[in-house]
Design a binder for this molecule. Sequence first.
Ligand code: AKB
Length: 313
Amino acid sequence: MKKILVTGSNGQIGFELVQHLRKTYGSDNVVATARKKAAGPVSEGGPFAFLDVRDGKMAGELLDSWRIDTVVHLAGILSARGEADPQLAWDTNMNGLCTMLEAARPRKCAFFFPSSIAAFGPGAPPENTPQDTIQRPSTIYGVTKVAGELLCDYYHLKYGLDTRGLRFPGLVSCAAPPGGGTTDYAVHIYYEAAAHGRYTSYIGKGSFMDMLYMPDALDAVVRLIEADPSRLRHRCAFNISAMSFDPEGIAESIRKVIPEFELSYEVDPVRQAIADSWPDSLDCSAAREEWGFAPRYDLDAMTRDMLQRVASR
Ligand code: AKB
C-alpha cells in the first residue's frame, strides 16, 4: 500500500484529493500537509502536519517519520494572484518545488506535479494544442509551470525519480473554493446562478478555455500515479481536459436548468489577458493512449451536478 504525503491540502484540489486518496489507499496512509490547519476532513479525517514547502528539513523529517513513498506536491500560487505578486509566485512555486524534489530524491519517493494550461503561451497553436509544442507563457505562473515540468523531467532523467504530472485546465468543483485563478469564474457562475439567477463575468464573451469537473480530475491523478511506467512516453506533464467553453457556453448550459439565468460582463483586463494567452482547446490523446484518461462529465452533466450540489449546500 502506498504512503502518500500531500502538500497544499487546503486548496481547491488538495481538499478533495486528500479525501479521495484516503478512500483509495486508507486514511492512515495519506498525510495531509498545509501551512495552516483548517477544521474539517483534511485535518480530522487522517494524519495532518504543518509544512511550509520551502522548508527542506521539515519536509525530510515528515517523509522519514511517516515512511512516505509518494509525494503529491500541490502547494502553489495560481495565475491571477501570481500576476499581482510575481516574486511570491516564483518563491512558492519554484523554491517550493525544488525543495520538495530534493527531499524526495534521496528517499526515492514517486513525485506528482500539477502543471497547467498556463504552461502554454500566445505562440502555441490555440486549437487542439498538441502535447508537445512551443511553450513560451506570458505569465509568471506559466513560467513556473514550464520550469516545473522541465525540472521534474530532469529529475527523472538524471536521478531516476518517478516524476509524473498533469496539465490541469480550469477545475470546477464546489467542496473548496478556488483562489487566485483565471478560470475561477466557471465556479463562481454556478453559485451566483443558484443564489441570484444572474452572474457578471470578468472573462469576456468568446474567450474559450479548457475545463474539467473535479471528480474526473481526482480520477486522473490516481490513474496517472498507478499507470504502468513502461507505457509512459511522457512524464511531466500530460494535457488533460473534458470540455472547452466560453462564458456564453456555460450560461447556455445553466439555462437548461434555470431558464431565466442572466449573464452580463465586466471584463477584468488582467485576467482577460491571461485567458487570451492560453489555449482554447487541448489535444489529450497522449493521456488517453499512455494511461487511459477517460473523463465522464461533459458540460451539461457537470452543470446538472454542480447546480444540485450548490443548491443543497
Ligand atoms: C488558474 O486559472 O490559474 C488555474 C489554472 C488553469 O491553472 N485554474
